[in-house]
Design a protein around this ligand. Structure first.
Ligand SMILES: [Zn+2]
Length: 153
């Protein structure tokens, strides 16, 4: 990447692309309202733990960390179904940023395995924290410095 060239320019990302119609927030809310019409409330963990043994559901024992990249969806390429695993996503699928969540959930789920998924062509390696800090400063001058999960040069 040339100095002064942002990774967004490098990728020529186009927010106006028409090859796929992504849903608006309103459309997602409408989908949710439609689903809510025939939705059966899920059992609480208290409900689950009080089911007779023959009806109890085994809790997930695998904690998966994957990338936020919208091109990859762990539940798709792993064929996950409800109860199979807990999936957490973050920039570049870094466990460090999910560690506290994992420990919290492990308190009652008692994970047996951790799967960390990194993928080819992960763009997180191109977005540098310096570039993002500069963009934030332009958008919100004087903003407090925040810890970013991306890469340092
Ligand atoms: Zn990625």
């Amino acid at each position: 990447m040339d100095a002064g060239q942002s990774s967004k320019q490098l990728f020529k990302l186009n927010d106006q692309a028409t090859t796929y119609k992504r849903p608006s927030l309103q459309e997602l809310l409408e989908r949710n309202a439609k689903r809510a019409q025939d939705f059966t409330p899920i059992l609480t963990f208290d409900d689950l733990s009080n089911l007779p043994v023959e009806k109890q559901i085994p809790m997930p024992k695998i904690f998966i960390v994957s990338c936020d990249d919208p091109r990859i969806i762990a539940s798709d390429f792993l064929g996950l179904k409800q109860w199979d695993a807990v999936v957490a996503t973050g920039v570049a699928g870094r466990i460090a940023h999910q560690f506290e969540n994992m420990l919290f959930l492990d308190h009652f789920l008692h994970f047996e395995d951790i799967m960390i998924i990194h993928h080819t062509n992960c763009s997180a390696g191109i977005f540098m924290n310096d570039e993002i800090h500069k963009a934030l400063e332009e958008r919100a001058p004087g903003h407090p410095t925040i810890q970013l999960p991306g890469y340092e040069e």
